[in-house]
Design a protein around this ligand. Structure first.
Ligand SMILES: Cc1ncc(COP(=O)(O)O)c(CN[C@H](C(=O)O)[C@H](C)O)c1O
Length: 341
């Protein structure tokens, strides 16, 4: 099987497995696991933030951030197709008691004017706006990179209204490798960032939440309330350190593969790439084939290629380290066979 469903399918390298095997460990609820400490310190330093918290997933990192930033009855501004809104089980409402205020963006980028207009005035009828969420790269927009000026303008609005900005940076390293802007520079335009070790970087588990020391201290307690207090987690944090130290630059290869894949798709009549391919995600419209996304994917799976539905006639392919350059001609061949069938 050639698995293009997501970059979440990446498997740990031998170096990661050995690092986990040899990891020095301790009880991380007592903050005594030296490897988790090392990973958190490395992440905080890379992002130029005071502190960091190792969490079990991107969702846990995002939700711990919401629970720490916000109070029940408040409102959060986010893009209409944000992962926080589409794919996190309405946890912000279920657990934090906050409501999302979604704004339709352009390739995932909200207009700063729309963001400012959405900020609630002081009125007995209104919830208070307590957080602005960004997502870079933007998953639903096809791995789109938020423009620097867009993030800068929204951050300035947040500062002017004293509203923090949280970045869902699950794939922020993809944005950084594609633009040459460091994650530290990106993080300077946000108050807190969640980023994934377990996607393109290839770690088996986890994400990291970075932010001010006082914030991370409170987020650590929210993680505990969510059942995320871990014991000898050095065993899984050590692979995360390897991911951070060794697996960032190779993301360029995933981006090259995605561009190569997009060219192949556009050469097949009946298929069309949706939007631009800037990082590791390729959205493909299959409507011309006469099949919907589910039917097309079922046929593709029979032929040994996996992808996911991303709309009635859209499929998503995500290049990742488990898919080599040698796999790409085979993907093209199987796509052609699907169209001709
Ligand atoms: C932008 C963003 N933020 C957060 C998350 C959540 O990360 P996890 O909870 O899966 O670790 C994801 C995962 N995205 C997954 C994928 O793309 O296959 C699925 C959709 O949940 C994400 O894409």
């Amino acid at each position: 099987m050639i698995d293009l469903r997501s970059d979440t399918v990446t498997k740990p390298t031998q170096a990661m497995r050995l690092a986990g095997f040899d990891a020095e460990v301790g009880d991380d609820v007592f903050e005594e696991d030296p490897t988790v400490r090392q990973l958190e310190e490395r992440a905080a330093e890379m992002f130029g933030k005071e502190a960091a918290l190792y969490v079990t997933s991107g969702t846990q990192g995002n939700q711990a951030a919401v629970l720490t930033h916000c109070n029940p009855g408040e409102e959060i501004i986010m893009e209409a197709n944000a992962h926080l809104f589409l794919y996190e089980g309405a946890t912000m409402s279920a657990l934090a008691g906050v409501q999302p205020r979604t704004i339709q963006g352009e390739r995932g980028a909200m207009s700063p004017d729309d963001v400012e207009a959405a900020i609630r005035k002081d009125d007995i009828h209104f919830p208070e706006t307590s957080l602005i969420c960004l997502e870079n790269t933007h998953n639903k927009a096809g791995g789109a990179i938020l423009p620097w000026d867009n993030m800068k303008a929204i951050h300035e609005i947040g500062q002017r209204y004293n509203i923090p900005v949280h970045l869902d940076g699950a794939r922020i390293f993809n944005a950084s490798v594609a633009t040459g802007i460091s994650v530290k520079e990106y993080a300077s335009l946000t108050d807190t960032v969640q980023f994934c070790l377990s996607k393109g970087l290839g770690a088996p588990v986890g994400s990291i939440l970075v932010g001010p020391k006082s914030f991370i201290k409170r987020a650590r307690k929210w993680r505990k309330r969510l059942g995320g207090g871990m014991r000898q987690a050095g065993v899984i944090a050590a692979p995360g350190l390897v991911a951070l130290n060794e697996m960032v630059d190779r993301l360029e290869e995933d981006h090259e593969h995605a561009k190569n894949l997009a060219e192949s798709v556009n050469s097949i009549s009946g298929l069309e790439v949706e939007g631009k391919v800037e990082t590791n995600i390729v959205l493909i419209n299959v409507k011309e084939t006469g099949m919907d996304a589910e039917a097309f994917l079922a046929k593709l799976k029979e032929q040994g290629v996996l992808a996911v539905p991303f709309g009635p006639y859209t499929i998503r392919m995500v290049t990742n380290k488990e898919v080599s350059a040698e796999d790409l001609p085979e993907v093209k061949k199987q796509l052609e066979k699907c169209v001709q069938a």
